[in-house]
Design a protein around this ligand. Structure first.
Ligand code: ADP
Ligand code: MG
Ligand code: MG
Ligand code: MG
Ligand code: MG
Length: 743
């Protein structure tokens, strides 16, 4: 979760009333402009990339053996960091001693996460652009799991699943704590399940205060044969007791912990320059729904089976800080990207993906802005510290509402940008005007002004006027890091050498929609897949643009139960739509791509995820393009074999030969002897499921319907020393003497 300065936050009222929020927002733009001047022209020729995995630590300690969230994240984090230093030294020593497989250390890096039972792990150093770096991913993920296992107590487990199904059910923490507290005021979760760093409680409390009530998370309940009829219908008032909540048609949750307590897989890529980063951002945003559907692993929450398969709707609603006016003006209480609650989704997007009735946003010309606010009422929004409050159509955690590639604006067809940017995207007009006046192009100014249509949520004492706009990016990052969208455009951080720091970091894009998977084989497969997709987008100059209303519709469909097989996705099979943009560093002419891969329908059409992967008609599919790319760059045979296994696995899942983790977990729950066909996931069921998932993660259990014959290796605490893990791995290292690069 971004940067973590220690300190004491201002109270919500202080930051609102004393002009502090306004200062942060205004100076956030100044900082962006100062930073932009320093980094707009930088180039980083080497590809760098890396993943993030979020872990839950559970324990089965009570008299009843029930699995609970173990609130020991901070202690475990400290142990992990200490162990890391010691193991790195040991790894290097073993490597030098010429042990079998011993190579330079591949360590891990550990940071806190929202839940007091969570930690986040990344590789210690980003992966490089050599094709054989693809082999490091699974190995490093397995090292991370081993190192986490090594610091756990005997009764602790770390299944890598997005959502522990007992969050908010009875005493679900260890130590046991009563629900509620001044921060969350939750009916279900205790304040102390939040990470003790002050940032996290402040975020939680301020979201609730800004909204004016507890967050109102409602997910569709899976109706089984004995599920009691609800006495409180869809759309009923927010409940004030657990009993009222249980009588609702929807599954209700009321705290940030339900969403930010979910674990995901994120992948960040460095682009060669700012233009390439903007291009990749747009292209990858289109694929976010498909990757959510492919990784779906969340069939249950708050002890109940859901009629959806992924965490997205939970997390999106869990940080929805919009005021009642912002929601009402947008014409929707519920987000359009959420799956329908038993047929009444109350959304503003028709199911065919046609855009909302209100007009799409237009980029005002700079002269219009200079004359003062000119947008149609409701479309332009000033953050809360400003006078007017307009519509906000989405939660801060949601799909993107704007494409940002400047080529789109420069396209010969002037309608191009508006045709694709067809959903409302409120922005802070003052910020927009200042950026345009400072020479930022309207596409980018609109993106930043859209991020700045939100209020800063957490502001620390002594870090407001005290910061220099020329040297700090903290106020900019305040807004940037609390806009949690499907993709994130990441300018070089303050720690970058380009901004006077010491880290070698340039322009990056983060892909954020995927769920975490039970095994590192799967996490690596999806990570490697998405990095290769980013390569073919650039190399073959692919053009995946869809109107954002259709991407939003895909996002809604992606969360439905068994989406891979019940839903189709809008997709542009034509790699050269008449209205699109050129890859900034164009590698291959469109005509050549068409000859290689064919070109499908010109208009976007509805296809299955399998068809997106493997082709349909004259459209060849992403997987064959990846294989062609690896061939073109001359990747070595070990890398090629490993990637082939990953792609085969993903295709087998899309084809239904293997089930998604969500389907497997739903089946596990519904066939458990303790299940009463009433949608309730009892403590007994959840405990058995978590024990099973933990064993699956360690490679000790391997359900055939999930993995078939695919190679899931065992991993245990003794593999914490990388050199030992390396020597035991069937996945070898590159055999090639000439390293092929994917830049
Ligand atoms: P976040 O701000 O999203 O929490 P993290 O620092 O946790 O970001 O993780 C970012 C990921 O990006 C890590 O896997 C890291 O290895 C990787 N990474 C680090 N430096 C670079 C770089 N220069 N370019 C691309 N990826 C990088
Ligand atoms: Mg995280
Ligand atoms: Mg992170
Ligand atoms: Mg993060
Ligand atoms: Mg991240």
């Amino acid at each position: 979760m971004g940067f973590l300065e220690a300190g004491e936050p201002y109270t919500w009222d202080e930051s609102r009333e004393d002009g502090i929020m306004e200062w942060v927002s205004t100076h956030g733009i100044d900082q962006f402009l100062a930073m932009w001047e320093k980094v707009k022209a930088i180039r980083c020729d080497d590809l760098k990339w890396g993943d993030e995995l979020e872990y839950s630590i559970l324990s089965a300690n009570g008299d009843d053996g029930t699995v609970r969230c173990k609130l020991r994240g901070a202690e475990i984090l400290a142990k992990l960091r200490e162990q890391e230093l010691a193991l790195q030294a040991e790894d290097e020593a073993e490597g030098e001693a010429g042990m079998k497989g011993g190579t330079k250390s591949e360590g891990c890096s550990w940071v806190p996460e929202y839940g007091a039972w969570m930690v986040e792990g990344t590789p210690a150093h980003p992966y490089t652009g050599t094709a054989s770096a693809l082999l490091s991913v699974e190995r490093n993920m397995r090292t991370r799991r081993a190192r986490l296992l090594a610091v756990l107590e005997p009764d602790e487990i770390c299944p890598t699943i997005p959502c522990f199904p007992l969050i908010g059910v009875g005493e679900f923490t260890e130590p046991a704590l009563p629900a509620g507290g001044p921060v969350t005021k939750s009916l279900f979760v205790p304040d102390d399940c939040i990470n003790p760093h002050p940032r996290f409680a402040a975020l939680t409390g301020n979201i609730r205060k800004r909204r004016g009530a507890n967050v109102d998370i409602r997910m569709p309940r899976f109706r089984d044969t004995h599920t009691p009829a609800p006495s409180r219908p869809v759309g009923c008032a927010q409940p004030s007791t657990v009993e009222e909540a249980n009588a609702m048609d929807e599954v209700y949750m009321d705290a940030m912990a339900f969403g930010m307590g979910c674990c995901c897989l994120q992948v960040t890529f460095q682009a060669q320059d700012v233009d390439e980063s903007r291009h990749l951002y747009d292209q990858l945003a289109v694929l976010a729904p498909m990757m959510l559907a492919l990784t779906a692993s969340t069939p249950a929450a708050r002890g109940t089976l859901l009629d959806t398969d992924s965490r997205w709707g939970i997390i999106s609603q869990s940080v929805d800080d919009r005021t009642p006016t912002e929601r009402r003006s947008a014409g929707t209480e519920r987000s359009a990207r959420l799956p329908a609650v038993n047929g009444t989704d109350g959304s503003h997007t028709a199911s065919d993906g046609t855009p909302p009735k209100s007009a799409p946003p237009k980029v005002p010309s700079s002269s219009a802005v200079a004359d003062g606010p000119s947008g149609p009422s409701g479309l332009y929004h000033d953050a809360m510290w400003q006078s007017g409050r307009g519509a906000q159509h989405k939660s801060r955690y949601d799909s993107i509402s704007l494409y940002i590639c400047n080529e789109l604006a420069k396209n010969k067809n002037p309608q191009c940008s508006e045709q694709y940017n067809d959903v409302p995207a409120p922005m802070c007009e003052k910020s927009y005007a200042r950026m345009v006046a400072a020479g930022i192009d309207p596409m980018l100014a609109r993106h930043i002004a859209h991020l700045f249509s939100r209020d800063p949520l957490v502001i620390f004492r002594g870090r407001v006027q005290e910061l220099s706009d020329a040297d700090s990016t903290e106020h900019f990052e305040n807004l940037q890091s609390t806009n949690w969208q499907t993709v994130r455009w990441k300018p070089p951080p303050a720690s970058s050498t380009f901004l006077g720091g010491t880290a070698d970091i340039g322009w990056r894009v983060e892909f954020r929609s995927m769920e975490i998977s039970m095994t590192d084989f799967e996490n690596a497969a999806f990570t490697v897949f998405i990095v290769l997709v980013s390569r073919i987008i650039l190399y073959f100059n692919l053009n995946l643009y869809l109107p954002l209303s259709k991407v939003d519709e895909n996002m809604r469909r992606a969360q439905t139960r068994d989406a891979l097989h019940t839903q189709k996705m809008w997709f542009s099979q034509n790699l050269m739509p008449p209205c699109g943009c050129e890859t900034p560093q164009k590698k291959m002419p469109h005509e050549k791509v068409a000859t290689l891969f064919g070109a499908g329908e010109v208009a976007p059409s509805e296809v299955t995820v399998l068809e997106i992967l493997t082709g349909k008609g004259t459209y060849r599919g992403l997987c064959p393009m990846i294989m062609a790319y690896l061939d073109v760059i001359g990747s070595d045979s070990v890398t090629l074999r490993t990637v082939t296994v990953y792609l085969d696995f993903i295709v087998a899942r899309a084809a239904g030969q293997l089930v998604t983790p969500a389907t497997w977990m739903r089946n596990y729950i519904r066939s458990h002897p303790d299940y009463k066909f009433d949608s309730v996931v009892s403590s007994r069921i959840a405990t058995d499921l978590m024990m099973k998932c933990h064993r699956i993660g360690m490679g000790l259990d391997k359900p055939r319907e999930l993995y078939g014959d695919f190679p899931i290796q065992t991993v245990s605490a003794k593999d914490a020393v990388t050199a030992r893990l390396l020597s035991s791995l069937p996945l070898g290292r590159s055999t090639s003497h000439v390293e092929r690069t994917m830049d």
